[in-house]
Design a protein around this ligand. Structure first.
Ligand code: ADP
Ligand code: MG
Length: 257
């Protein structure tokens, strides 16, 4: 299963990506978390210790790896290079693992303004699309906020986009834009998780603005999540209710993918 977590900035994408990754790992899946946000913080939300985070080298900074696999010259643009680089060994060789979740960080790829056909991006895109997964393998991509990544198609080969929304018009507007653009690039399924829910009214507000069968479930506003961020803990470890909510969402997800 390959899923990409998207939505407006601050809605809880990284929080949710980390929690569902931890849950899958606990259930015995082999989980690869791909941090596709240039402002990377997935490893932190997964509970990685600081020292291990410092050891993570973003793919975009592995210049010689990119050059070797794409047969390009570092920094080249507009020259010929391989469009189908070998990627199968990358998760094992270049990921850091903690709490049963492997993490790969994409880093900042200079998009060059033209759909980005630079070697770095080709390697990253191939990585998330060509890794062959067994039925106990999961890739969870934590995307950059907003819609820009849709133009680059970074996550176009996933099984589903999960758009995280909060009970408010602004994040629902981002949901509508994501949905439109994702459909344009051929993403098969768009699903929604409502986060920071306070009451039934919040749930109805979201349900009234999305298609009924898209909703995977809700996560309540939970002060423990805020505390976990402040104390540098994984939100998955701080409260039993959150685990239950994420479990319900993941069960529903397994049923629709
Ligand atoms: N259900 C929740 N209850 C309370 N705070 C939350 C919840 N989900 C996320 N947050 C907080 O919201 C902030 C943004 O979350 P984050 O996952 O970093 O968002 P994003 O990745 O979408 O930018 C963080 O401070 C996080 O702790
Ligand atoms: Mg984030």
């Amino acid at each position: 299963m390959k899923i990409a977590i998207t939505g407006k900035g601050g809605v809880g994408k990284t929080t949710f990506a980390a929690m569902i990754s931890r849950l899958f790992a606990e259930e015995g899946y082999s989980v690869l978390g791909v941090d596709a946000d240039p402002d990377a913080n997935l490893a932190l939300a997964l509970g990685f210790p600081k020292e291990l985070i410092d050891e993570i080298v973003p793919i975009s900074e592995m210049k010689s790896l990119v050059a070797e696999r794409t047969a390009s010259t570092p920094g080249s643009f507009g020259t010929m290079f391989k469009m189908n680089p070998k990627v199968s060994d990358i998760p094992e060789r270049y990921c850091k693992e903690y709490n049963g979740v492997k993490v790969l960080t994409m880093g900042t790829v200079d998009t060059g303004g033209s759909g980005c056909v630079c070697p770095e991006h080709v390697l990253l895109k191939t990585l998330t699309s060509h890794l062959i997964l067994g039925n106990k393998d999961v890739i969870v991509m934590d995307m950059e906020a907003g819609i820009e990544h849709l133009g680059r198609g970074t996550a176009k080969n996933v099984d589903a986009f999960i758009v995280v929304v909060e009970p408010g018009e602004r994040s629902l507007q981002t949901y509508r834009k994501v949905k439109k653009l994702a459909e344009d690039i051929g993403v098969k399924k768009i699903l929604v998780v409502g986060n920071k829910i306070r009451d039934r009214k919040d749930e109805s507000f979201i349900l009234n603005h999305i298609e009924e069968d898209e909703c995977l479930g809700f996560i309540h506003y939970n002060p423990n999540i805020v505390d976990s961020d402040r104390s540098n803990l994984s939100p998955y470890d701080v409260n039993h209710q959150i685990k239950e909510e994420v479990k319900n969402i993941s069960n529903k997800l397994k049923g629709v993918i």
